[in-house]
Design a protein around this ligand. Structure first.
Ligand SMILES: Cc1cc2nc3c(=O)[nH]c(=O)nc-3n(C[C@H](O)[C@H](O)[C@H](O)COP(=O)(O)O)c2cc1C
Length: 485
């Protein structure tokens, strides 16, 4: 652990694919290899054990019984150092450094469309007809009460909008129903679901690719709410400063990452559903239960030799992806509220115990009456902060939004519940929200102003805290004695 971290500049270029990213992470001491774990509950339980430790590494599962040559990888983006490797950010010393790096990157970020190529490692094996079998890969049964094995957890579901012709890549869970049948669960409002409905309304099948192992940067793009109409390929390439190479799929001409590990190709058909779930989800519950969901009829499988299946294992947070969601979401909210015109933002943090969605904090330097409420409403409603939100807290700039102690102290001392908490109703949620009755996909949101009231700023009681100057002086004087502890 904590070997020197080399970033893109040290290598002259971003990693080309998942394999190179894994090599770089291992060199930085960020990878644990585990041999002999079974797909049936062992990989999921090991992820839970590892992610209950401090500073957990990424895991590469090798020698998976019954799957010679196949490997599976979990948690590749889930530390500040692994995010720095994935996104090419400077080495962080505080969680907000990565968030700030994201927000600074977005000021110069330009989407870069993919480059179509005729060949790539993903075409090393092309399976058709009776050779199509998604259970050729170690799709895990992650939790004891899951309704089946999931080939897609850290996946990219690639679809083309039939009206506007852009390509969406979203991370949606994919359950194995049989060798050539995979169920897709897409929550109401998700771009993939909106696209699927456009095909179905026209009475047409919806072509789909499911990539199940790829550059971790594509996972960060696929699993976070990028604006409608912007392809995650272009967005992720804008971060790496170079286009992704894509190969057009045989049946539907959809673009697949040329360096992907495993890609399934098929289509969803109107009215063709099977019972899907339950699945242990990121909120820490088997919410949503079992329901009829559309099925991808898989007709082609493309895969590299000795492929690596990407894994994301949801659980009571922290999980193997919750830290990366916290960072991405915080950076995206910061970027979006500033684009909406808000000034004075000093930091944003999305807390992991809030399942990296439900307890989001924004800190501002108040400049006018109403500033704090404006910040809260924007943070609660922007694209990346909206889905399945619960609490948004605004704090003054002397409070570190990533420090739960400081946030709770501000809530308890600067917020009068009757005056400073507003409730937004009928906001975007979904069946995974454990608190919602069946069939309801909207919830409410508490917007908590934990800033000193603007009109009391001058007279608010001073904070009891030694000045930096005094603390440094006293620390120096007693340095030897303090070190003994
Ligand atoms: C590991 C992981 C698994 C996810 N699984 C699902 C899922 O099964 N269904 C879903 O609707 N959203 C899921 N999400 C959330 C979506 O990926 C996320 O909202 C993303 O923005 C969806 O893409 P879209 O914005 O293009 O719709 C998951 C996210 C992550 C990180």
């Amino acid at each position: 652990m904590n070997k020197p971290l080399r970033l893109w500049n040290d290598y002259d270029r971003p990693h080309a694919d998942l394999r190179e990213a894994i090599e770089r992470m291992e060199r930085a001491g960020e990878l644990l290899r585990i041999r002999g774990a079974d797909w049936k509950l062992e990989m999921g339980t090991l992820a839970e054990i590892v992610y209950r430790q401090d500073h957990p590494p990424a895991i590469l599962f090798e020698d998976i019984p019954g799957y010679p040559g196949c490997r599976a990888a979990s948690g590749l983006t889930n530390s500040a150092r692994r995010m720095a490797i994935t996104l090419g950010f400077p080495v962080p010393s505080h969680p907000l450094d990565v968030v700030r790096a994201y927000r600074d990157r977005m000021k110069v970020h330009k989407p870069i469309p993919p480059r179509v190529v005729n060949d790539g490692p993903v075409l090393e094996n092309v399976l058709k007809g009776s050779d199509v079998n998604v259970l050729k890969f170690p799709a895990p049964l992650l939790h004891e009460h899951d309704g089946g094995r999931y080939i897609g957890t850290d996946d990219l579901v690639i679809m083309r909008d039939p009206e506007e012709n852009w390509v969406n890549c979203g991370t949606y869970r994919a359950m194995v129903h049989g060798p050539d049948k995979v169920g897709l669960w897409m929550s109401p409002g998700k771009h993939g679901r909106q696209i699927r409905e456009k095909y179905f309304k026209q009475g047409k099948p919806c072509p789909v690719l499911i990539s199940c192992g790829h550059d971790p940067l594509l996972f960060l793009a696929g699993g976070n709410e990028i604006r409608f109409g912007l392809s995650e390929y272009d967005y992720a390439a804008g971060h790496r400063g170079a286009p992704y190479e894509v190969v057009e799929s045989e049946l539907h001409g959809l673009p697949m990452p040329a360096h992907a590990e495993i890609v399934l190709e098929g289509a969803l058909h109107p009215g063709d559903t099977l019972p899907e779930g339950p699945f242990g989800e990121f909120t820490g519950y088997y919410a949503g239960g079992r329901s009829e969901q559309p099925v991808v009829r898989v007709e082609r499988i493309y895969h590299r030799n000795d492929p690596i299946l990407g894994l994301a294992c949801p659980m009571v947070p922290p999980s193997d992806f919750s830290y990366s969601k916290s960072v991405m979401k915080a950076g995206m909210i910061w970027d979006e509220v500033e684009r909406a015109g808000l000034s004075g933002v000093r930091g944003v943090w999305v807390h992991e115990p809030g399942c990296a969605r439900m307890f989001n904090v924004i800190s501002i330097k108040q400049a006018y009456a109403g500033h704090a409420k404006q910040a809260a409403l924007l943070a609660a409603s922007c694209q990346s902060g909206s889905y399945l939100g619960r609490f948004v807290v605004v704090v003054d700039d002397d409070v570190d939004p990533a420090n739960l102690n400081e946030v709770l102290w501000a809530m308890c001392t600067r917020c009068d519940p009757a005056e400073d908490i507003d409730i937004l109703r009928r906001t975007w949620s979904g069946p995974l929200d454990p608190r919602l009755p069946e069939g309801v996909t909207w919830n409410s949101r508490a917007v908590i102003d934990a800033c000193r009231p603007f009109e009391m700023l001058k007279d608010f009681p001073p904070v009891v805290k030694a000045s930096d100057e005094l603390r440094d002086k006293v620390r120096q004087k007693f340095e030897d004695q303090l070190k003994k502890r």
